[in-house]
Ligand binder design. Structure first.
Ligand code: FAD
Length: 490
């Protein structure tokens, strides 16, 4: 955690504190995020949240009490210096605020948009103890990052780039884990090459999370900044197929970081999953987000259901149901086996889905899909559930209500019940230890796998997790690989 304050910063922070007493600060109401109207936004892919104005951001930052022992920092998986960046916003130093964020977060404009702050930093804010709404840390993070990017006016500062004889390292996968690792290693002077299986760089940030929640342009700013630091990207290159691990060794890479994610969709194994019209959210979102399905003139098609059911209650399920609305579906249902309180999705996504007309059918679980004579899905049979005792996840477990099954007509089903690590890397590199869940075994401290100088992080190690955790892994693995390479080179 990085909350050390220099004497100069301590002085201006003390001055801010004196300028407005805590009582006055706590009487300011939490800001709301300006957003597009629901009936307009379902007709297009424009970003729904519009971002805070300068005035809103400074007022919201003024609510922060600059606690002597800031608990919000303990709620952030990578320990961002939250009061540090917020107090810079309060005094109008937006660029400085972004710099504080960059000390720990490679992608603040992304995290400000997609982190589940209500379960992390904001849940620890002192305002909760006063029964008041916490400081809008996520909105402020987005504001600072966007303000810095706007000030740069698309210009990426050209860094020196690696020396001609710089040590070469390879990255497998260009999601948040790989990008964060690449940035940290480039700053340490390494020549970094990122190999990506898909034609686009960005991992789930591009192929999974839709444009209306995270515009590609926001991710591209970060990728361009890595390019300016000398990082090279090789799209359309599947490690384990196009090139093997041995090829990477022969090409002179001294260390390799695997951030290949968890892109293998899970199904429930119930009858009827092979009917036309039943697909994983991974396939659905990739077709729409990355392959232009639904746009006139694009080659990749996708079924456009009229009555669509999305099975699951996570962020992926919310992205899928909201995408289905934008693809023209008239009736879209979230079908989830537990209650709404147990849903893992971000609260804002649930709210936005409801505003956009998605209906929530909780405590129901599909047990069979029924097809028509052409093999297309036409209905599903749903088992009604009730909540039992908490399970290993701490949430109340879903228990079937014996004999209570209902039938519901649908013409498209998007299955969003979790993902597993892609087995290609674990299977194609000899000597890599893998857990029963298919994730890579790494040293907890260094993130080095069972092969020397092969590190891994993000979803390939954690299973489906979050952007900020993947980014944190990338940064930690870079620090550890740097230390290992220094020992190796001695
Ligand atoms: C639809 C969706 C919505 C989400 N919403 C949120 C959210 O709101 N907030 C949040 O915090 N998290 C969210 N998540 C989870 C989050 O996106 C992931 O935890 C995070 O992206 C993991 O990062 P990663 O770098 O480990 O992997 P990924 O982002 O999955 O990137 C892995 C990359 O590796 C590439 N790759 C795989 N195998 C190979 C190979 N053999 N050779 C070369 N390249 C390879 C893949 O093509 C991919 O581009 C969401 C996930 C999904 C699917």
């Amino acid at each position: 955690m990085n909350t050390t304050i220099s004497p100069r910063d301590a002085q201006w922070r003390e001055e801010l504190r004196k300028a407005m007493p805590a009582k006055e600060r706590t009487s300011i109401p939490r800001c709301s995020m300006p957003q597009l109207q629901a009936d307009y936004r379902v007709t297009n892919n424009e970003e729904v949240n519009l971002g805070l104005s300068q005035e809103q951001a400074v007022t919201e930052a003024t609510r922060c009490l600059d606690c002597p022992d800031p608990q919000c920092v303990t709620g952030c998986p990578v320990g961002i210096n939250i009061p540090g960046f917020i107090k810079n916003i309060e005094r109008g130093e937006f660029g400085q605020a972004a710099e504080v964020l960059r000390e720990t977060s490679a992608l603040p404009a992304v995290c400000g948009r997609v982190c589940p702050q209500e379960r992390q930093c904001e849940s620890k804010c002192i305002y909760n103890r006063m029964k008041k709404a916490p400081v809008a840390i996520g909105y402020l993070e987005r504001f600072a990052a966007d303000a810095a990017n706007a000030a740069a006016k698309g210009e990426t500062s050209v860094a020196a780039g690696p020396a001609p004889d710089a040590v070469k390292v390879a990255v497998v996968g260009s999601g948040p884990a790989g990008l964060s690792f690449a940035g940290a290693m480039a700053r340490l002077g390494y020549k970094v090459h990122v190999f990506e299986a898909l034609h686009e760089i960005g991992g789930v940030l591009k192929y999974g999370i839709p444009e209306f929640r995270l515009p590609n342009s926001v991710v591209d700013v970060e990728i361009d900044s890595l390019r300016a630091q000398g990082v090279e990207f090789m799209p359309n290159c599947v490690i384990g197929k196009t090139l093997g691990y041995d090829d990477l060794m022969e090409m002179g890479f001294r260390g390799v970081f695997v951030g290949s994610g968890a892109g293998l969709p899970r199904f429930m194994g119930i009858p009827g999953e092979n009917f036309v019209g039943v697909m994983s959210s991974n396939e659905y979102l990739t077709r729409v987000n990355l392959m232009g399905a639904g746009r006139p003139g694009w080659a990749t098609p996708v079924i456009k259901g009229r009555r669509v059911a999305v099975i699951g209650g996570g962020n992926t399920a919310m992205d899928s149901c909201r995408t289905a609305r934008r693809m023209g579906a008239e009736e879209v249902y979230i079908v989830y086996r537990r209650g709404e309180e147990e849903m893992p999705a971000r609260v804002e996504e649930v709210l936005h889905a409801k505003e956009e007309g998605v209906r929530f059918l909780t405590l129901h679980n599909p047990v069979e899909y029924l097809g028509d004579e052409q093999g297309r899905v036409r209905a599903m049979r749903l088992q009604r559930m009730e909540l039992g005792e908490p399970d290993a996840s701490g949430r109340r477990s879903p228990v079937p209500v014996e004999g209570d099954i209902v039938e519901m007509p649908v013409d498209e089903v998007i299955v969003s019940v979790g993902v597993s690590p892609n087995p290609l890397i674990p299977n194609s590199i000899e000597g890599l230890e893998v857990t029963r869940r298919g994730t890579l075994v790494v040293n907890d401290e260094t993130l080095e796998t069972t092969l020397p100088l092969l590190f891994a992080g993000g979803d390939i190690v954690r299973g489906g997790a979050t952007v900020i955790l993947a980014m944190g892994d990338g940064r930690h693995a870079a620090e550890a690989m740097h230390r290992r390479l220094a020992e190796d080179i001695k």
